[in-house]
Design a protein around this ligand. Structure first.
Ligand code: URA
Ligand code: URA
Length: 267
């Protein structure tokens, strides 16, 4: 028999797959998942539910966009009605173990700022200082982002909203793997829904890839205009790239001026 725990984890995982687009999945990841499911069925005596779980997982493999799970799947998170939706989401994130990054985090980094912000900045994932403090963009790159917002745009940092693609720090600050991003991005999508900003500013390649599905170079992505779910979306360099390469500061500033112009005209 499958243990309760395995069963609920599997359901939990499948729940999230409903919301995700096919390009987030690496073949390796799909291969691993399908193999895990096959092994589970081979070695454990099947329960009635397992076959429908397998159908669902197989559906994702074959036709991700069209197949919906046929069984009702509940998240294991227990919603606390005394908290607001965003507080519940933050609490859910703090308990998350959907991907292996959970095992090496000190703190989850949910995101912070004004829930009515016009501008939402999206980075990649926590670095060392963020992991220690539980706050986004507070290390060296964060201080540069804060300068861009406060000295450049001349608005307080707490008037915008700041979040990341993944909520846990990848080891040695490597890029998140596609399966890690896929496990996590549902949280960010809910944050975007809650804040409902006038513009998104994607910082760097990772945010651009997972929000817009673009695999192009960052300079190609900067050159065109984008929308995410009807929200005007700008792409610019990640502040850590500016720390490594001063010459990116000027084009970044050009991008930020475009953001400010768009917002001024949208008022
Ligand atoms: N880099 C990011 O992408 N996000 C952070 O929160 C900090 C550094
Ligand atoms: N490469 C990146 O990863 N980020 C940038 O912002 C620019 C180049």
């Amino acid at each position: 028999m499958l243990s309760e725990d395995f069963h609920s984890k599997l359901k939990n995982w499948l729940d999230w797959q409903q919301e995700l687009e096919p390009f987030f999945f690496s073949d390796r990841f799909l291969g691993d998942i399908n193999k895990t499911l096959e092994d589970a069925v081979k070695t454990l005596s099947p329960e009635p539910d397992i076959q429908s779980l397998l159908n669902t997982a197989d559906g994702i493999h074959v036709k991700p966009a069209e197949q919906k799970p046929q069984i009702e799947i509940k998240s294991t998170y227990e919603y606390d009605p005394s908290l607001s939706p965003v507080e519940n989401l933050q609490r859910e994130v703090s308990q998350c173990s959907r991907c292996p990054l959970a095992q090496c985090r000190t703190n989850t980094v949910f995101g912070e700022g004004n829930l009515n912000a016009d501008i939402m900045f999206i980075g990649e994932g926590p670095g060392e200082t963020e992991d220690k403090t539980g706050r986004p963009f507070v290390g060296d790159a964060g201080q540069l982002l804060t300068k861009i917002i406060e000295n450049g745009m001349k608005i307080p940092r707490n008037s915008v909203y700041i979040a990341n693609i993944v909520k846990c720090r990848p080891p040695r600050n490597r890029d998140p793997f596609p399966d890690e991003a896929a496990s996590c991005i549902g949280y960010l999508k809910k944050q975007i829904e809650i804040v409902n900003p006038k513009v998104l500013v994607l910082l760097g390649r990772v945010a651009t890839r997972y929000i817009l599905g673009l695999e192009t170079t960052l300079s190609a992505a900067r050159a065109t205009s984008h929308e995410y779910n009807g929200i005007k979306t700008f792409v610019t360099y990640h502040p850590s790239a500016l720390l490594r390469n001063e010459s990116l500061k000027r084009p970044t500033w050009e991008d930020i001026k475009k953001v400010m112009k768009f917002l001024a005209e949208a008022q």
